[in-house]
Design a protein around this ligand. Structure first.
Ligand code: ADP
Length: 407
């Protein structure tokens, strides 16, 4: 079965075509600067990440998503370089959709109701949801007869118990404005949970873990019996950990204080907290490779940024460990920092041996792109590195939704 995964952004579109027989990627690509009157770019890769990888680059104007996706179809079905003969070979298209709003708890086969749900959540995901819907509508036109599945990034967090997702604000207001903890990176946390359970050989419903998705945007997932029990991001991705450019959790009273003292508009405060804060606000850099280098050279702001980041992760880890009453099968590190940064991993779990969390420093320092354990063999709680794969999870979910719809 062939499954196409589409992630349509406001001016870009990423895609991957899977052969689900062995979960191999037949081709992948990215179209950038859609809607730009100047030229846009399309980078298409055949058999990516294999020794047969072949790259095709195109530069032309892509006035809208339809033109961009039409070009992608031409490449995928090209008589010489194409990986399929006909788009009818595609069994289903899985779409990444950021926000499902208050009521959408599951991925869904696209029909008018699903599209309405995505539309209703525009105010909650103003940058992503309109583009995600455009991607779906274009796919409906350009792939006639191929079903579409919307995979919501919020679906993982919708499984949280009420006491985890409710904010202590007047409840009529929360109801009216759909204010709750949604959590993000849901597709990644779902993937990590499934892979983690398989890695330790446990059934999903018996598996407890804490997933650490640490990238430019970062969040922790608390998973009990295979389902989300809590998560660090909230109504928006701003809450929780210190991130590349986001401040994470701060005293909410700082917001009115800034408005009063500096005469800032709500939009300016929003930009300040989302784009100018976090590691960037602390030391002027967002990439930890740069920050480690600066810290090594003695830069105090970089040292502070490192310590604060580690502290913010460790505090959240501690909270989730207690929520799970210490019954944790695995800590799972993932994404840019989680997969690559041995220093951050080591310092996050430092001193936790008494809780059964024992890092093997040698394994931690060994670089690899594989799923692996970096805890000692006798560590009660496994420490794993699992490279996240949100596209594959979307493909798997789309496959599952399609199978259910045929029953
Ligand atoms: P995004 O949230 O944009 O998907 P990624 O998951 O790709 O981000 O993570 C990007 C971040 O990962 C970078 O800003 C950097 O801090 C970190 N990172 C990437 N590679 C390395 C590395 N080799 N060593 C340390 N940190 C890394």
């Amino acid at each position: 079965m062939k499954i196409l995964v589409l992630n349509a952004g406001s001016s870009s579109c990423k895609y991957k075509l899977y052969d689900m027989a062995d979960q191999s990627v037949l081709c992948s690509g990215l179209v950038e600067r859609i809607g730009d009157p100047q030229t846009g770019n399309l980078t298409h890769k055949i058999a990516p990440d294999t020794d047969k990888e072949e790259k095709i680059a195109r530069e032309k104007v892509f006035p809208d998503h339809a033109v961009a996706i039409r070009e992608v179809i031409d490449l995928i079905t090209d008589p010489q370089k194409g990986v399929i003969k006909d788009i009818k070979e595609i069994a289903v298209i899985g779409h990444r959709v950021l926000h499902g709003g208050f009521y959408q708890t599951e991925p869904a086969l696209v029909d008018s109701k699903t599209k309405d749900t995505i539309r209703k959540a525009f105010p909650l995901g103003p940058l992503h949801n309109p583009a995600n819907l455009t991607g779906i509508e274009v796919a409906e036109k350009l792939f006639p007869g191929v079903p579409n599945v919307a995979v919501f990034d919020t679906a993982f967090g919708m499984k949280m118990p009420k006491e985890a997702y409710t904010y202590a604000l007047p409840q009529d207001l929360c109801e009216e404005l759909q204010i709750r903890r949604y959590g993000f990176h849901g597709t990644s946390h779902t993937y990590l949970t499934h892979r983690g359970a398989a890695f330790v050989g446990k059934k999903l419903e018996d598996f407890n873990c804490i997933t650490l998705h640490l990238g430019n945007g970062s969040s922790l997932g608390c998973v009990k019996n295979g389902r989300c029990f809590d998560t660090s991001m909230g109504l928006t991705p701003l809450e929780g950990l210190i991130m590349g450019t986001r401040c994470g959790s701060i005293d909410p009273a700082i917001v009115p204080y800034l408005i009063q003292q500096k005469g800032m508009s709500p939009e300016e405060v929003d930009t300040l907290m989302n784009k100018k804060s976090g590691l960037l606000g602390l030391c002027g850099k967002t990439d930890l490779r740069d920050i480690h280098k600066m810290a090594k050279e003695g830069d105090e702001s970089a040292k502070l940024a490192e310590s604060m980041l580690i502290r913010s992760i460790k505090k959240m880890l501690g909270a989730f460990f207690f929520l799970l009453e210490g019954k944790v099968d695995a800590l799972i590190f993932s994404a840019g920092i989680g997969e690559n940064d041995d220093l951050i991993r080591a310092r996050v779990v430092e001193g936790l041996e008494g809780l059964g969390i024992c890092l093997d420093s040698k394994k931690n320092a060994t670089r690899s792109g594989e799923e692996r354990a970096i805890s000692t063999d006798d560590s009660k709680i496994k420490i794993l590195i699992i490279p996240t794969n949100e596209e594959l999870q979307i493909a798997l979910t789309a496959q599952e939704v399609l199978a259910k719809s045929k029953k």
